[in-house]
Design a protein around this ligand. Structure first.
Ligand code: DMJ
Length: 579
């Protein structure tokens, strides 16, 4: 019996996976939307545009050029150096901030089509932004927010179809990105090649710096650093990020699970329990997106293996709990707001059915509380006593956007409408948008995170607007910054890139018709590879279609729960509770 349908026909899998990713974003939407839905989308995108400018204008008025806006007191915080708990007093007194929210807003301004403001932002940053400051920053946060923001804005600026810059643009943002990337390289100088979590931008790694980092912290740098190498011709950025990623991957357990925290000097795990949320999330995301952006088979293989392990050991129905990386035993039964990105990633990978079921659960939680609490204890059916906040996170909107693109189901437009309504009702204040401190009381907190402009508003806008995605293929970084997919960045041109192929499946089963996640209604890659409709990526069929068995080896893995099926005394495969 073939236990793994992926490995039987890997090429077809890969081909179809790309087909899904591409058709997902390239199908003209208007053809499938009713005039009512189109009218609703138009009305909603104007609402989101207003939200963005309310946040952006207040930032410019009260916080710029510092990093982020404090909307309740109409003041600022230099949070780039605070990200990850460093307090402001560690900064030099003359520090003026890195205009973090402006850097993070550029790609959103481009998507909104605001050429004047985009150009103004680019010019200001070109003349004023410097990284030669004695500030200790978190490598991961600085990478996804600043390096990613600069690279994405640079790519948008040089794209002639956008005509975002009226005057001359002389690659200033790329030069800033390169300067920052060089400073990052010092963090990778460890015996393992795994980077320190913290660096001082001026002086490199500080004495007695902590050697502890997280899986996402050292395993999700490849998109930005890889893109930087491709754009500058300097291979060191991509090499450093890839070496770290490979080292991290070599540390996985025999179950193909990773922990959450580790030591960059010894290369040993510190926290064995992990899931798909905090400390790990973007590691999975970057394996798959690196495959889309750079076309290396290796990324695909790692993602595929890691994805199956997640589905097998973390998934429980629509939920994902945490598990011990060595034993696979469940540890924490918690829903976290960060996990809400997972359905979006599943859409890209073609597992739309599973994505939809998880997204629906998050929707119910959103409906119940008005927003998503940071942590919800599934086993006690209550909000975590100290993590009751909602800091304007984008993940639920992000997944809603991906699911709508894949399915064109107007229900997701309604979900987006609800998100917009809640944000305006609970978090909008005169000075911007404020984080929620406690979702049970809707008490606010004085912080407008830069990702509200980089991601939350952007994904909501893209949910209601198809024009940006219709033009080009993009990979969105974990901070929502688009990077255009270019075949010149691929080591070799995958078959699926050939224009004659990519919109059609090659298999006979589907008669060469256009394939999308929606048209198949199931995990399409598996469905096509096996010629049968199956439910999810972990599904393994029983040896006999009659489900008769002589022993456990004749039984497969259940599609919905991802649990092993066993052979009963009467000779039938099933999920027998007593076994
Ligand atoms: C963002 O900074 C990024 O999406 C990151 O990967 C984790 N989540 C925050 C926003 O919630």
């Amino acid at each position: 019996m073939n236990k793994n349908m992926f490995s039987r026909e890997p090429m077809k899998w890969i081909l179809l996976l790309l087909v899904i990713s591409y058709t997902t974003f390239l199908q003209p939407s208007s053809s499938s939307s009713s005039p009512e839905v189109e009218a609703k989308k138009k009305q909603m995108r104007e609402k989101v545009r207003k939200m963005f400018y309310h946040a952006y204008d207040n930032y410019l008025t009260y916080a710029f050029p510092h990093d982020e806006l404090k909307p309740l007191t109409k003041s600022f915080t230099d949070s780039l150096s605070e990200l990850g708990n460093l307090k402001l007093e560690h900064l030099p007194t003359d520090y003026k901030g890195s205009a973090l929210t402006l850097v993070e807003s550029l790609s959103s301004l481009a998507i909104l089509g605001n050429r004047t403001e985009f150009e103004r932002g680019v010019l200001w940053l070109s003349e004023n932004l410097t990284f030669d400051v004695d500030a200790r920053v978190n490598l991961f946060e600085c990478n996804i927010r600043v390096l990613g923001g600069l690279i994405s804005a640079h790519l948008l600026a040089i794209d002639p179809t956008n005509r975002l810059i009226q005057g001359s643009y002389d690659n200033q943002l790329l030069r800033l990105a390169e300067d920052l990337g060089r400073r990052f390289l010092l963090a990778f100088d460890t015996p393992t090649g795994l980077p320190y979590a913290w660096i001082n931008l001026k002086n490199g790694v500080m004495e007695k710096e902590t050697t502890e980092t997280s899986t996402s912290g050292c395993g999700s740098l490849i998109l930005e650093m890889g893109a930087l190498s491709r754009l500058t011709g300097d291979p060191r950025f991509e090499s450093a990020a890839l070496r770290a990623l490979r080292k991290l991957w070599s540390m996985r357990s025999s179950l193909n699970l990773l922990g959450t925290t580790l030591d960059v000097v010894t290369g040993e795990w510190i926290e064995y329990s992990s899931g798909i949320g905090a400390g790990v999330d973007s590691f999975y995301e970057y394996l798959f997106k690196a495959y889309l952006l750079f076309g290396k088979e290796d990324y695909w293989r790692m993602f595929h293996t890691a994805y199956l392990a997640v589905q097998k050991y973390f998934r429980h129905g629509p939920w994902y709990h945490e598990a011990n990386m060595w034993t696979g035993k469940a540890t924490y039964w918690q829903l976290t707001s960060l996990q809400a990105f997972w359905p979006g990633l599943q859409v890209l990978a073609g597992d739309v059915t599973a994505a939809n079921s998880t997204h629906r659960e998050f929707f119910h939680v959103w409906e119940r509380f008005g927003v998503l609490p940071e942590r919800y204890l599934l086993d006690h059916q209550m909000i975590h006593p100290t993590e009751k906040y909602y800091p304007l996170r984008p993940e639920f909107a992000e997944s809603t956007f991906y699911l709508y693109q894949a399915t064109k189901d107007p229900w997701y437009i309604e979900v987006g409408e609800l998100i917009v309504k809640s944000l305006n009702l609970y978090t909008k204040v005169e000075g911007g948008f404020a984080s929620v401190k406690d979702v049970t009381t809707m008490q606010l907190e004085d912080h407008q995170h830069s990702f509200f402009l980089a991601e939350t508003c952007k994904y909501l806008y893209l949910l209601f607007d198809d024009s940006f995605m219709a033009k080009k293929n993009y990979v969105f970084t974990t901070e929502g910054h688009p990077i255009q997919i270019s075949s010149s960045w691929h080591e070799r041109l995958p078959e699926s890139y050939l224009s004659a192929n990519w919109t059609f499946s090659k298999g006979e089963t589907w008669g060469g018709r256009r394939v999308s996640a929606m048209s198949l209604q199931v995990c399409p890659a598996l469905g096509t590879a096996s010629g049968q409709q199956v439910e999810s990526a972990c599904h393994v069929r029983d040896a006999l279609s009659s489900h008769r068995c002589l022993g456990d080896e004749d039984c497969g893995v259940d599609a919905m729960t991802c649990r092993r099926r066993h052979c009963s005394a009467a000779g039938y495969c099933g999920l027998w509770i007593a076994m």
